[in-house]
Design a binder for this molecule. Structure first.
Ligand SMILES: Nc1ncnc2c1ncn2[C@@H]1O[C@H](COP(=O)(O)OP(=O)(O)O)[C@@H](O)[C@H]1O
Ligand code: SF4
Ligand SMILES: [Mg+2]
Length: 343
């Protein structure tokens, strides 16, 4: 592993297990207790992430992707959020029961995140270099000028032209793509072992999307980070992810190596999402592959949560909740997974 681009990061006390596993989310439940009732946003999600691996978390808006990321980061507002069950282990340590002081040392130096609304989360009143430097001042006790030097180094690393001249400019002086690069610079500043990127390209145009994905893939490779790429857009992760987990109504409904997932999906919802990818030969038209809407999380349908929208639904789907189970090389939460896989 190259250390030339590193900033003398202190040796981490957290190491992956013998199989290289860094992060393990097990049977996670998250509820929001609101005046209108309990919204069950996450309902038993389990997945893991290995060192040097890119995991895509896919699903429509409202499926629970960001809440999962916020739970891992420990930034959910509790209340209204409640975590009645589950564990999130980082290098074997449960983050959910870790004292806040220790957790603060994980957030940033160990697990870092690029937020969904990244473009608006830069502070308009401070120079970008000051905001990147904040990471070093806060976590490494650096002085102002050393922190600025680190900011320049990082801006160069994320390919912002004329970084030295631009380090004291303000966010509005940068394009959307360049601001996203600044957010990435902040997220990797402390050499985290895990980076979570929540819809990192959503607000950007297609060309810039591809550049940002390529940059993330490059940084992941260079630093051997575990990267979680969250997106509703299956078009942007096919080339960069190793594995994918598909979420629906706060459950993982499918897990597979990315190539298998795209080539031969084993869950009707995955198949629907793939059919919804806009295709260039259809002049940007999106096929309405999945009718209807995701369920109200206060009233998730019994049986398979996807049943009201599923073209393959049978009686059993309305009565019995399918387990996530293995079919071929994949996992699928569908009573008819074999038929889907082979269909
Ligand atoms: N603070 C909150 N209060 C109540 N409900 C929330 C809150 N945050 C998220 N939710 C609900 O949790 C569900 C999952 O949200 P989210 O994880 O943001 O979905 P996405 O997959 O689009 O990232 C949404 O339906 C949302 O309504
Ligand atoms: S269990 Fe039934 S409703 Fe659910 S995805 Fe499979 S076929 Fe469709
Ligand atoms: Mg989201």
């Amino acid at each position: 592993m190259s250390t030339t681009t590193k900033s003398a990061a202190p040796q981490s006390q957290y190491q992956p297990d013998a199989n290289g596993r860094l992060l393990e989310v097990e049977n996670l439940h998250v509820e929001f207790h609101t005046p209108d009732g309990i919204a069950r946003a996450i309902n038993g999600a389990s997945f893991d992430l290995h060192q040097g691996e890119t995991l895509a978390i896919l699903g429509e808006s409202g499926s629970g992707k960001s809440v999962t990321a916020q739970a891992i980061m420990g930034i959910l507002d509790m209340p209204p959020a409640v975590i009645p069950e589950g564990a999130i282990r980082y290098a074997g340590h449960d983050l959910l029961t870790m004292p806040e002081e220790q957790r603060r040392k994980v957030r940033g130096p160990e697990i870092s995140m690029i937020f969904q609304d990244a473009l608006s989360s830069l502070n308009p009143t401070f120079p970008v270099g000051w905001q990147i430097g904040e990471m070093f001042r806060q976590h490494r006790g650096m002085n102002k000028s050393d922190a600025y030097a680190q900011a320049v180094r990082l801006m160069e690393r994320v390919a912002i032209p004329a970084a030295k001249e631009r380090v004291k400019q303000y966010p509005h002086q940068f394009s959307g793509g360049m601001r996203q690069r600044i957010m990435i610079a902040m997220a990797i500043a402390l050499d985290p072992a895990v980076l979570i990127a929540d819809e990192p390209t959503t607000a950007l145009d297609v060309t810039v999307q591809a550049q940002i994905m390529a940059l993330l893939a490059e940084l992941q490779e260079e630093r051997q980070m575990g990267l979680i790429l969250i997106t509703h857009d299956l078009g942007v992760v096919a080339d960069v992810a190793d594995r994918a987990a598909v979420m629906y109504a706060g459950r993982i409904v499918a897990k597979a190596d990315i190539d298998d997932l795209y080539a031969r999906p084993a869950h009707p919802y995955t198949r629907g999402l793939l059919e919804s990818i806009p295709r260039l030969d259809q002049k940007g038209q999106t096929l309405a592959a999945i009718g209807g809407l995701p369920p109200n999380l206060m009233r998730i349908p019994p049986g398979c949560a996807f049943n009201p929208r599923c073209r393959m639904a049978q009686e059993i789907c309305r009565e019995q909740e399918p387990e996530l189970r293995r079919v071929g090389n994949q996992e699928s939460r569908c009573h008819f997974a074999e038929e889907v896989l082979n269909g």
